[in-house]
Design a protein around this ligand. Structure first.
Ligand code: 5GP
Length: 117
């Protein structure tokens, strides 16, 4: 089994977070260090470390993440101007928390896709 991260504790409501959505497959909460006016993380409730660990049985949760991201983007008023979804994978991808998460970023022009360092 995957090693537990802080996100599992957030999913189980054992530590505080600004949870904006939760269902049987996914949980969404605001990033503690927002990089844009809206910065929400959408995570599967199941502990899956990285995109590289996704299997066929995870397809429903992966699909739900995308649909919930679109729904939250609409709720946050981002749909018209646009927004960005990011999933970092592994060291070179800049992943810090090893529980798959999709970043929903918006509310300002986000500029070029890759930042540097
Ligand atoms: P990564 O670099 O792994 O793609 O992104 C991890 C994200 O999780 C970062 O944007 C970071 O600010 C966020 N994060 C890390 N720990 C916590 C936490 O305890 N609570 C919340 N809400 N976000 C966190």
């Amino acid at each position: 089994m995957a090693e537990e991260t802080i996100f599992s504790k957030i999913i189980r409501k054992e530590i505080p977070a600004d949870v904006v959505y939760q269902d049987d497959l996914v949980t969404a909460f605001r990033d503690v260090q927002p990089q844009a006016p809206t910065h929400i993380l959408i995570v599967p409730n199941k502990e899956i470390p990285t995109v590289d660990d996704v299997t066929a049985e995870d397809e429903p949760a992966m699909g739900r993440m995308l649909r919930v991201a679109a729904e939250l983007a609409r709720e946050e008023g981002l749909a018209e101007d646009g927004y960005r979804l990011i999933i970092n994978c592994g060291d070179h991808g800049g992943q810090e928390v090893y529980h798959i998460h999709m970043h929903l970023l918006g509310g300002r022009r986000l500029g070029r896709m890759l930042g540097g360092s």
